[in-house]
Design a protein around this ligand. Structure first.
Ligand SMILES: Cc1cc2nc3c(=O)[nH]c(=O)nc-3n(C[C@H](O)[C@H](O)[C@H](O)COP(=O)(O)OP(=O)(O)OC[C@H]3O[C@@H](n4cnc5c(N)ncnc54)[C@H](O)[C@@H]3O)c2cc1C
Length: 373
């Protein structure tokens, strides 16, 4: 089978690696660099504990977490998956079920029932684990600890998987922009590159993330997306000995290598009007830094070093869309939020479906067909 994978983010690199490993003749078409899209601007928490909107979605993300653990055995010495644990707390209002209606203890109960490693910590335990956290930032909220959670470095991950797809399994990487799918009636025969060259294939797997629909010339084959913007601020090396990732009402923050910290907030993301002005002086980046210092006072005099803004690839109903698009043969789309969590699993599942002809149950609720009549 000759396959084209468009996009080498955390999703496309996983798909390309597994397809090539399964025996497909793979060409990856990437216009930037592996991991150079949204995968380079992300919190990258590999988790299923924030995916409780449906059991199927929880299970899918749980499989994602397991696949990231499993794939490490194929990459001795890989250092892209960090699992020091994640601490989560909410403010008093949310705790009472007021603001977002969620009840942390009910959530914990559900997670434990579904086999997710999670526990409640008292303030003393938090202090022992992470002495740098300001107890006032926590207040009286219960703290949930996910002792085996952590984050991925998606760019080294994508680079390593593309490297392995090429070196171990003969895939090729074409540094070029795919202009559009090559359509003949209701069949996709390959892609047309921006420079006019064409590449033919038995199947095109579209992993272009937020740019998914840009290469789909016929509107009837486009998956409706509802993308959102996210802003991430980075500190310089700061020397504050925080090990865990934090998910709190003020801020989500975690170490980002070399003593740096990565800062973001869902609440502040909602205030972003556009993706312009990604510079340290950006008012939302400055607010992230203030919030980080309130949470970890050792960061009080640390400036913002860099800022990035990205667009999340999110299908319209917020769930993953993975599979064929009705009416168009030889075409397979893979677009999802939580692509970091899901990448390694999606690689396996797509190879199973396309090369081995084994349909994966975990994906049955997440087919693109739900968007088409
Ligand atoms: C602020 C923020 C926080 C997030 N937090 C988390 C989190 O904690 N956990 C989690 O799991 N997920 C998180 N996400 C989501 C996650 O980052 C994305 O779902 C994931 O990175 C998407 O990966 P992808 O490979 O689908 O897309 P991308 O990484 O964007 O990759 C697509 C690739 O396709 C290439 N491409 C596009 N069009 C073309 C073309 N025409 N020709 C050639 N190449 C093309 C691009 O250059 C790019 O490299 C977050 C996202 C943001 C923005």
């Amino acid at each position: 089978m000759k396959a084209i994978v468009v996009g080498a983010g955390v999703v496309g690199s996983s798909v390309a690696y597994r397809l090539a490993q399964a025996g497909a003749d793979v060409t990856v078409v990437e216009e930037r660099r592996p991991g150079g899209g949204t995968s380079s601007v992300t919190y990258a928490w590999v988790n299923a504990c924030e995916k409780l909107t449906s059991e199927a979605y929880f299970r899918l993300n749980f499989a994602g977490r397991q696949a990231h653990e499993a794939i490490l055995a194929e990459f001795p010495g890989a250092n892209w998956y960090h699992r020091p644990g994640v601490l989560q707390w909410q403010d008093a209002e949310a705790e009472a079920g007021g603001r977002d209606g969620s009840d942390p203890m009910a959530k914990l109960e559900q997670l434990v029932a579904w086999g997710y490693p999670a526990e409640v910590l008292g303030l003393d335990d938090v202090r022992r684990l992470e002495p740098e956290i300001n107890p006032e930032a926590i207040g009286s909220a219960p703290v949930i600890h996910y002792p085996r959670d952590g984050w991925l470095d998606p760019v080294p991950y994508s680079g390593a998987l593309i490297g392995a797809a090429r070196e171990r399994h003969g895939a090729s990487l074409l540094e070029a922009r795919a202009a559009r799918l090559m359509l003949a009636g209701n069949r996709c025969g390959g892609v047309v590159l921006e420079d006019g060259r064409t590449i033919e294939a038995d199947v095109v797997v579209n992993c272009a993330g937020r740019w998914l629909n840009d290469i789909v010339p016929a509107p009837e084959y486009r998956i409706p997306l509802a993308p959102t913007l996210g802003i991430v601020a980075y500190t310089p090396p700061a020397g504050a000995p925080l090990r865990s990732a934090l998910r709190t009402p003020l801020i989500n923050m975690r170490p980002d290598g070399g003593g740096r910290f990565l800062l973001r907030s869902n609440e502040l993301d909602r205030l972003l009007a556009d993706d312009q002005g990604a510079l340290p002086g950006h008012p939302l980046a400055q607010e992230l830094m203030r919030r980080a210092a309130r949470t970890v006072p050792a960061l009080k005099n640390v400036p913002v070093e860099a800022v990035r803004i990205a667009t999340r690839p999110i299908p319209q109903d917020s769930y993953s869309a993975v599979g064929p698009v009705p009416g168009l043969s030889n075409y397979y789309a893979v677009v999802t939020h939580s692509g970091v969590t899901l990448g390694a699993f999606l690689g396996e599942a797509v190879a199973d479906e396309l090369v081995h002809g084994r349909s994966r149950d975990e994906l049955s609720a997440f087919r693109p067909s739900r968007f088409f009549n």
